[in-house]
Design a binder for this molecule. Structure first.
Ligand SMILES: *[C@@H]1O[C@H](CO)[C@@H](O)[C@H](O)[C@H]1NC(C)=O
Ligand SMILES: *[C@@H]1O[C@H](CO)[C@@H](O)[C@H](O)[C@H]1NC(C)=O
Ligand SMILES: *[C@@H]1O[C@H](CO)[C@@H](O)[C@H](O)[C@H]1NC(C)=O
Ligand SMILES: *[C@@H]1O[C@H](CO)[C@@H](O)[C@H](O)[C@H]1NC(C)=O
Ligand SMILES: *[C@@H]1O[C@H](CO)[C@@H](O)[C@H](O)[C@H]1NC(C)=O
Ligand SMILES: *[C@@H]1O[C@H](CO)[C@@H](O)[C@H](O)[C@H]1NC(C)=O
Ligand SMILES: *[C@@H]1O[C@H](CO)[C@@H](O)[C@H](O)[C@H]1NC(C)=O
Length: 756
């Protein structure tokens, strides 16, 4: 890893506050103080968090959240606060001497937070991590060592646990002793959330915590070299929480004494081996990318460990798993953010985790069917906000959002289409998993069916209108015929027809009338100005909240003339309000790269992250200061990562191929490497340099042999280790596909044709 001066300079120049990241490692974010105001008041919302998709906590706070544990009815439903048993301080009493060389750090390569200091010649390191193998366990670990200059009189380190106030969300029973063969004095405590989201749907309401007792203090002497572990295990039942607690201790103390930290950090390293993004020559960018992937992965059950228990996943919320309190950070709900913003990068690098994201939607299809029916439509209509049951949980603040923002079902359908293109996972399509009431084929058809009943035939135009919607631009509603919504609806139906063929007998037939309907959904286009109006009657210059029409260029990849694309980008860039979220600028970056306007792309790429990141732990806010919005905004991270992978990396997924569209090195960088891209069970790396790029096969799959095609020449891409290099010109485009294509006709991709 070449740490160039260039990177250092970049790092220093964005040091606007005193708690700057001082580490020169791309995977370590380190500071001498925790985020705080100038007057010393701490800013816990900018602290780092640790998580594994099952549990998560923002370190040095009193709260732990558990995947799928919510409290509150309907719009009140929010993540239920479990008092943290891992909010521990380990300090010398004040009269024992002062602490020096203090450092706080987040190591994203190995997934742990640390605090280190020196007192009277003794070093203390306190690590906190959500275990990646024993996933119910959050560990606190203390490394206590005498150095050569250790004070012979010794030093006492006192421990203090701060679980905070009793939870307002959970009624806990008194603590009970927990019998374990591996430790003495363990304690369990169980409780129930107070209020169900909706009594008509199943929901886990129990929660149990099993934890060690903390020593009051430990006295170190010049010969001391101690490692102390403290474990707390969290799950819905005592049996589940207790099993990981015991298994972890058994691993550490029986069977020859395994190292729980090594097991954990190896699991994280193997996640990074599975997929990662490296940038040479730009330390700042490298750190930001690592931070984005780290925080999204901390909220996901991604694992490379075979046989690890996979529990039901309950959605990826804009604040991740470490945020989501009542009236804060979208309360832990899932929105279109999940599928449109976070899903694609996860799919390209970690398709098994992407499957878990889709399984969440599949597992709550009963509620989506009910929502369609209750609002007068057929099929499955996903709620604008979903939590544990999948029923609509948008708070009453936002009636329009709840009733009108119907593009979310199409966003989910588009995510499924990308998942099938990437994996061709026939089991996901055709098998109904235990405990589920539908398979993927059924879900795809029902999402399409919803739009067939939502669209209205217009006898004058002989087109189908989709009226009265709220588009991604939430500032303008209700509106008619929003291009993003209409294309999404059309794609959902076209995809259902394609999937019908893949599903063979496992999907009820998709009537040709649906496909005709989809083809005749109206697409607004202004011939004079050569652009797509955002809705019927859009007046040029009307301010918009965020990327909307820009999304039909990417991610929808709707075919259009370059001039139209350029007009859509410039018109709406001008109209976007300055305090909108980050994702807009990543989509515009991709658009300008397509148009070979690298200067404009670089300007907007910078805008897609610069003002949204809080140092030193690279926590994202939804909006720029002074409005901050939700934290830790992994939606913005998802958009930004698409700017890296699909923008600079040029990665464009289609139903039957990937196109690498003129990959480029990001601004101020020497080389971009996207490692562990997964396509049809093959795994390969993409390396991008200024004038060339290389595809290297790492793990090929005989079931889906790949070819790569450039300028009409076909290159086999089927042997491990084979590398294909391409010189880049402005318009270099290379495609990758399997020689085992399906016999199914590809989904149609055009709307706006009037019915005869
Ligand atoms: C410290 O500053 C912040 C921001 O200006 C302010 O909100 C807070 O009340 C201050 N705290 C103290 C103890 O003065
Ligand atoms: C504890 O040890 C006893 C005796 O070896 C064994 O029978 C029991 O199953 C163990 N319990 C657990 C929870 O491991
Ligand atoms: C302290 O203990 C660790 C782990 O047992 C060992 O690797 C290390 O060498 C020891 N250090 C000293 C200074 O004894
Ligand atoms: C809603 O479900 C009921 C009961 O199955 C059915 O009779 C009714 O037709 C459905 N409504 C719509 C709009 O599909
Ligand atoms: C049919 O489309 C025309 C042209 O957009 C529009 O003026 C009219 O209101 C539409 N009719 C209905 C019933 O929505
Ligand atoms: C940008 O918006 C302003 C009004 O907000 C308008 O006057 C101007 O014509 C717009 N420019 C472009 C290129 O659309
Ligand atoms: C590659 O291109 C970037 C951006 O144009 C530039 O900053 C960098 O110096 C170039 N690097 C090399 C090795 O040519």
């Amino acid at each position: 890893m070449g740490l160039l001066n260039l990177g250092l300079l970049t790092l220093a120049s964005f040091a606007t506050c005193q708690f700057t990241d001082i580490s020169l490692e791309p995977t370590i974010f380190e500071s001498t103080i925790l985020p705080q105001h100038e007057n010393g008041t701490l800013l816990p919302r900018y602290f780092a968090s640790v998580g594994n998709g099952h549990i998560s906590t923002t370190v040095n706070t009193d709260t732990v959240y558990l995947n799928g544990l919510y409290n509150g009815e309907r719009g009140e439903s929010h993540r239920a606060r479990i008092p943290s048993r891992n909010n521990i301080r380990a300090y010398p009493p004040t009269d024992e001497g002062s602490v020096t060389e203090r450092l706080f750090g987040l190591n994203v390569a190995e997934g742990f937070f640390y605090e280190k200091y020196n007192v009277k010649g003794y070093t203390v390191e306190h690590r906190t991590f959500a275990h990646r193998y024993f996933t119910r366990v959050i560990m606190s670990m203390f490394l206590l060592k005498a150095t050569a200059s250790a004070d012979p009189a010794g030093v006492t380190i006192a421990f203090e646990s701060n679980p905070g106030d009793p939870s307002a969300d959970i009624t806990f029973q008194p603590e009970m002793p927990f019998e374990s063969n591996h430790t003495l004095g363990a304690v369990s405590q169980c409780g129930e959330t107070r209020i169900r989201e909706d009594v008509n749907y199943p929901q886990s309401t129990g929660v149990c915590v099993v934890h060690d007792t903390l020593p009051i203090s430990v006295t170190l002497t010049p010969s001391s070299n101690l490692t102390l572990y403290y474990l707390a295990s969290y799950d819905f039942t005592l049996e589940e929480a207790g099993s990981d607690f015991n298994d972890a201790l058994k691993y550490a103390f029986d069977d020859g004494g395994g190292d729980l930290f090594v097991l954990h950090s190896a699991a994280w390293r193997s996640v990074w081996t599975d997929g990662k993004i490296e940038v040479d020559g730009n330390l700042e960018l490298s750190k930001i990318i690592n931070g984005c992937l780290y925080y999204i992965l901390s909220a996901l059950p991604v694992s490379t460990v075979p046989n690890i228990v996979q529990r039901q996943f309950y959605g990826l919320s804009p604040g991740g798993l470490a945020y989501g309190d009542y009236l804060m950070d979208y309360q832990g709900h899932s929105f279109w953010d999940t599928e449109t913003w976070m899903f694609p990068s996860i799919l390209y690098l970690y398709p098994r985790a992407a499957e878990q994201m889709l399984n969440y939607r599949l597992s709550v299809i009963a509620a989506a069917r009910d929502l369609a029916n209750q609002t007068g439509y057929a099929g499955a209509r996903y709620p604008w906000e979903g939590a544990v049951t999948g029923r609509e949980v948008t708070p009453d603040c936002c009636v329009d959002t709840r009733e009108l923002q119907i593009h979310i079902t199409a966003d989910i359908a588009y995510a499924v289409r990308q998942y099938i293109a990437t994996t061709r996972d026939m089991n996901w399509l055709r098998q109904t998993k235990p405990g589920y009431i539908a398979n993927g084929c059924t879900m795809i058809r029902e999402m399409a069916e919803f739009y067939t009943t939502r669209a209205e035939f217009n006898t004058t135009t002989r087109l189908h209108d989709i009226n009265g919607v709220m588009p991604p631009d939430e500032d303008n509603r209700p509106v008619n015929n929003n291009p993003y919504t209409n294309i999404g609806a059309g794609y959902s139906i076209f995809f259902a027809k394609y999937a019908e063929c893949l599903c063979a007998g496992d999907m009820t037939q998709v009537p040709q009338a649906w496909v005709d309907l989809a083809s005749s959904i109206k697409l607004l286009y202004d011939e004079e100005l050569d652009y797509h109006p955002e809705f019927e009657g859009y007046v040029l210059g009307t301010p918009i909240k965020q990327a909307d029409v820009a999304l039909i260029g990417f991610p929808q990849q709707y075919e259009m003339a370059a001039s139209t694309r350029r007009n859509d980008l410039t018109i709406y860039e001008n109209a976007t309000r300055p305090d909108g979220p980050a994702m807009t600028w990543a989509m515009h970056t991709i658009g300008f790269l397509d148009l070979n306007d690298v200067t404009k792309a670089a300007e907007l790429f910078d805008k897609s992250f610069r003002n949204y990141i809080r140092e030193p732990f690279k926590v994202w806010t939804e909006a720029q200061p002074p409005t901050l919005g939700a934290i830790n905004f992994i939606t913005g991270m998802g958009g930004f990562l698409q700017g890296v992978i699909s923008g600079y990396g040029g990665y464009r997924l289609h139903p039957e191929k990937i196109v690498f569209q003129r990959p480029r090195v990001p601004p101020n960088s020497e080389e971009l490497r996207i490692k562990g891209l997964d396509y049809l069970s093959n795994s390969f790396d993409l390396t991008v340099r200024n004038t060339s790029f290389t595809l290297t096969m790492v793990r090929s799959n005989i079931n889906f042999p790949l070819n790569v095609e450039h300028d009409g020449v076909i290159y086999p891409f089927q042997e491990n280790g084979v590398s294909l290099g391409f010189g880049t010109t402005q318009f270099t485009s290379v495609s990758m596909y399997t020689i085992r294509q399906t016999n199914c006709p590809l989904p149609l991709d055009k709307i706006g044709t009037p019915l005869p």
